[in-house]
Design a protein around this ligand. Structure first.
Ligand SMILES: [Zn+2]
Length: 443
């Protein structure tokens, strides 16, 4: 007897659009059929039951079913990043925190996440072995930075406050020069990184640099991109200032993270390079909120967050209007974990429609991660897309296709209260009713 799950009569957002009320049949962790309930045909549950299946029926009426959301920028090993508390916390606390943050992320409706620094191969292995619950995770492990750059925590005082303390599974990310960055990229990939994270500009959380200044030369970034590509993967770049965004795009990085100072020429370069933009609108806002709540943050950090917040929103709005591919990312870890879906509301706030924001968090994000189509997963025809060394998709085992409610895709699904096609995404995070990963209910 096969077990089958049928979610009946939910408004479905299939990854592209709202398609009206449908039944969705799941078997073996994968969506097997999606059928309209408006056409008057046989309901899928009745059909499966007649065929001898044991059918678990979930009533989706009055609800909206979407693919599990994909957060392309999280830091599950940190919380309140930039806080001076990091000076006094025991080293291993971060891993227990990561376990809880992963659980919160999954409960929030995020079934796949890309870690932009901090989580190491042990965190991924713990997930794969089921020791902890969480989304499918791809990890950068370390953050590559030039000397004095965004990821270099050495202060003029002599203090060293790295974003992520170096340990045997997480190399220090600072490197300079063509040979230096080549060796460093190889070292991080050796530690098990799924992709490489670099900083091509300064940032908000680093007290000693400026988000507008560029870091790494284009030639250095080209070497990193080539080394990553040689191992079947790609580079994501923290990039806020115009010149550093351009250097990274010209050098061939796959995604720009934050993208705060964007001009028309830089937006044009995005289109020309077919690169992704991961806005992380939550991040500067989270720093300001934490400071207002009395968190121990260096004053320079808070000042920079206020400086970038408004220009950031304008930049993302302009990029979206020009047709730049926008993928959802929150920088959770700078702010609290488990509030990931607030980013959907924030994207609507800069001009994306409900469907566009949902696409950013499903199909576009899956395309960025290279897990949106059979061709991408096979590693052909998608130029520098990861070929699936990470493994562990929703279907348990092999790399699953994600980001759509469609036959052949992992049954990573979120059921929201109400019809989001009418209600929109404001407070969508409060409407999450059920979360499935690989067809198994997690919330
Ligand atoms: Zn980040």
């Amino acid at each position: 007897m096969t077990h089958t799950l049928v979610i009946t009569g939910a408004q479905v957002f299939d990854g592209d659009a709202f398609i009206g009320t449908h039944d969705v049949l799941v078997r073996g962790g994968v969506v097997e059929a999606v059928r309209s309930t408006e056409a008057g045909g046989t309901p899928l549950a009745a059909e499966a039951s007649a065929a001898g299946s044991i059918v678990d029926v979930v009533d989706g009426s009055g609800k909206t079913l979407t693919p599990g959301l994909i957060d392309c920028h999280v830091h599950v090993a940190t919380e309140g990043a930039g806080s001076l508390d990091a000076f006094t916390e025991p080293f291993s606390l971060q891993f227990f925190r990561a376990a809880r943050n992963l659980e919160k992320t999954l409960q929030a409706g995020v079934t796949t996440a890309r870690d932009a620094g901090g989580a190491d191969a042990g965190v991924k292995t713990a997930l794969a072995q089921g020791l902890v619950e969480g989304p499918d995770l791809r990890a950068a492990i370390s953050i590559m930075s030039q000397t004095g750059g965004h990821g270099d925590g050495r202060m003029a005082s002599g203090a060293h406050m790295p974003m992520f303390t170096e340990h045997p599974g997480r190399p220090d990310g600072v490197a300079d020069g063509l040979d230096g960055v080549r060796a460093k990229t190889r070292e991080i990939l050796r530690a098990g990184a799924d992709h490489i994270k670099i900083c091509s500009t300064g940032g908000v959380l680093s007290p000693t640099d400026d988000p507008r200044h560029s870091q790494f030369t284009q030639a250095e970034i080209e070497v990193i991109v080539a080394e990553a590509a040689a191992q079947g993967t790609y580079v994501m770049s923290h990039a806020q200032g115009t010149e550093g965004i351009r250097n990274a795009l010209r050098a061939g990085v796959r995604s720009i993270e934050h993208g705060i100072y964007l001009d028309a020429q830089t937006i044009e370069l995005f289109l020309e390079k077919d690169a992704f933009l991961v806005p992380t609108l939550q991040a500067p806002q989270a720093v300001i909120a934490a400071a207002d709540a009395g968190a121990a943050l260096p004053p320079a950090v808070v000042e920079k967050a206020r400086m970038v917040a408004e220009v950031h929103r304008e930049a993302i709005a302009a990029a979206h209007q020009a047709g730049v591919k926008i993928a959802m990312g929150t920088d959770a870890g700078v702010g609290p974990h488990g509030e990931n879906l607030e980013e959907l509301e924030l994207m609507v706030g800069v001009g994306l429609s409900t469907e566009e924001a949902l696409r950013a968090g499903t199909t576009t994000a899956a395309a960025l991660l290279g897990i949106d189509s059979v061709e991408a997963v096979a590693g052909v025809g998608a130029g520098g897309v990861p070929s699936g060394a990470a493994g562990g998709g929703g279907a348990g085992g092999g790399l699953a296709l994600v980001g759509r409610v469609a036959p052949g895709y992992a049954a990573d699904l979120v059921l929201f209260d109400g019809d989001l096609s009418r209600a929109g995404l404001s407070e969508a995070r409060r409407r999450v009713s059920q979360v499935y990963r690989g067809g198994v209910r997690k919330r």
